[in-house]
Every structure is written in C-alpha cells, then in structure tokens.
Design a protein. Structure first.
Length: 336
C-alpha cells in the first residue's frame, strides 16, 4: 500500500543516471579517504607486523567516523521529515544539553575519577536510555499530539536546552580546576574519544535502526507531504511521527555517547544532501546523506591529520562551518 501511495504522490521520478553517478563519486571519495586514513604514513613496510598493528588501531577511528556520520545524517533527515521543517535539528532542540548535564552532574557529585571508574558498556547503555526517553517524551508529547505545534515544540526544546546548559554551567563553576579540565575533555566533541569496546554495540543498534528506516522509506515520503495529506492518504500520522522521533533519539544517543555533542554537522550534511541528491525520495536522500557525511568526516580527518597535523581540530572546523551555514540558510529563508 505504501509503495502505491508513494508512486502516486511523488511528483517527479529521480533521474537515475545522474543520481547513480553522484552516488558512485561519493562512494569513491569515502573509499579513498578511508584507505588514506588507514595506510598513509604508517610505520613499517606494507605486510609487516608493525604495519598491520598500526592499521588495526586506525580501523577504530575509521569505523567510529563512519558510524557517527551515518547517525547524524540519517537522524537529521528523519527529524526534518517528522517536523516538516528543514532548519530544526535534534541538537539545536537541546538534545545534547542533556548529555552535558549528565556528565557534569557525575563529576560534580562524585569527582572526576567517577568518569573513568564508570566507563564501560553499562554506562553507555544507561546514558542512551535516558537520552532516548527524554527525547521521546518531549517530542512525542509536544509534536505528535492533536494540538501539537511546531513553535511550541521549538520553544520548549530551546528552553529546556538553555535550562540544562545553565545548570551545567553552575555546577562547572563549582568544580576544581583539575576536575573541570577532565570534564571539558569529555564534553568536547572529539572523534578520538570513542572506545573500541563500544563499536560493536553501536554498530548493532544503528544497523537495526537503519533496517527499520529502510523498510518504512515509502511511508516517510508520505509523512513528508504534511499531516493533512498523510491522514487523507490513510497513514496513521501520529504513530508514524512518534516512531520517527524514537528512531532519531536512538541514533543521536549513539553518536553523542560515542564522540560527544556535534550540533551542526547533521544539519550541514542533510542540507547539502537535499541540494545534491536530485530527488526528494527518502530511498535516495537517506543513503546520499550518509555517504556525504562519511566523505566529509573522513576527508576532513585525513587532511587535518596528515597535511596540517591538527586532527583534533576537525570537530571545531565542522561545527564552525555548520553554524555559519545554518545562519546563512536561516537568514535567506527568513523564518523557521
């Protein structure tokens, strides 16, 4: 039924040759960048034991980058579909602020030693569950209800984000300098923060979410048409939107718990994907956004690490460019 509805409502089919060419180019960039990160400037000769030990260590970074790029890109596209607005993102709505306040409270009440003492899969699962529960209750209640209003959701999300940020600031000011330095290192979005122990868990969760999203890609096309149109076409709009918000919360929680907050990266990748994909269908936009995100992070990581020797600056540059792009997009659009 969903396939029939999508075929009916989509105005123009995707131009397959051009889209396939763009997909192929992006995939080539991802492969070349990944090979470059894995093998460039590796000590030892190819095939030697030292060479493969270094490559194994770099595989964790490459896998983390690919996973985070996929989470941020897909989650932002899904959030845009649910809210029918291409400016809002989960991070802008205060989602990352909950992660910050949880980490800050842990250090404030138990000291910086608690961060390393509690590291492990159990802590990651607890953080993810709390973040998913918060986002699901907030967005599901405010937007998916009968009186759901986009501006009310925006207002409440921003207010909660500011409130969490203020609470975090108050606790951080009361910390000792050493505790504050350790906490700041954890709160700074860094692709090298990830632990190899978390990768299998994160990859499994993300794979399950992507499988669900791909099966519902045709319904997502209908949801993107708006509430009234979707209801007229027989789609359970409220249930679908709540489901989308839950999936978004899961993806963002995985990304945030692995590398820390990344506010504008998802917006940057999703917006570019809309412009370059050549189609509004989710079966095209979603994989295009994921590939574009992986190409951006891997390419930037390679250039900054091996050309400028400043790999730690990647998240700062991406957030700066993404924030600037967000402001330009907002000014040109003129409204939310």
């Amino acid at each position: 039924m969903a396939e029939v509805l999508t075929a009916t409502v989509v105005a123009a089919p995707a131009r397959r040759p051009r889209i396939a060419w763009r997909f192929g180019l992006l995939a080539l960039v991802v492969v070349v960048a990944a090979i470059g990160v894995l093998t460039w400037d590796v000590p030892g000769t190819p095939g030697s034991r030292g060479f493969w030990i270094a490559v194994d260590l770099r595989i964790v970074s490459v896998a983390t980058i690919a996973l985070v790029a996929c989470c941020q890109a897909v989650a932002t596209v899904l959030f845009h579909t649910a809210t029918a607005n291409r400016i809002l993102t989960p991070s802008i709505m205060g989602f990352d602020a909950l992660y910050v306040v949880m980490q800050t409270a842990l250090v404030f009440f138990f000291g910086s030693a608690a961060l390393s003492a509690t590291d492990g899969l159990a802590k990651v699962i607890v953080q993810s569950v709390l973040m998913v529960g918060f986002a699901t209750l907030l967005y599901g209640w405010l937007f998916a209800g009968r009186r759901g209003n986009l501006h009310v959701m925006l207002l409440v999300g921003v207010v909660l984000g500011v409130g969490f940020g203020s609470l975090s600031t108050v606790m951080q000011r009361l910390l000792t300098p050493s505790d504050f330095d350790i906490l700041s290192a954890r709160l700074f979005g860094n692709l090298s923060n990830s632990d190899a122990e978390y990768l299998p868990w994160g990859a499994l969760v993300v794979a399950a979410v992507l499988a669900v999203v791909w099966r519902r890609r045709h319904r997502l096309d209908v949801i993107a048409l708006g509430r009234e149109t979707a209801l007229n076409l027989g789609v359970a709009y409220r249930r679908e939107v709540v489901g989308i918000l839950v999936l978004v919360a899961v993806l963002i929680s995985v990304s945030t718990t692995m590398v820390g907050p990344m506010t504008f990266f998802g917006f940057l990748v999703a917006t570019l994907a809309y412009q370059l994909a050549g189609s509004s269908q989710h079966r095209v936009v979603l994989p295009f956004a994921a590939l574009l995100g992986a190409a951006t992070l891997l390419g930037g990581y390679f250039v900054l690490r091996h050309v400028f020797y400043a790999a730690g600056m990647l998240s700062i540059i991406i957030e700066f460019v993404g924030g600037l792009f967000f402001l330009i997009f907002l000014l040109r659009k003129g409204s939310l």
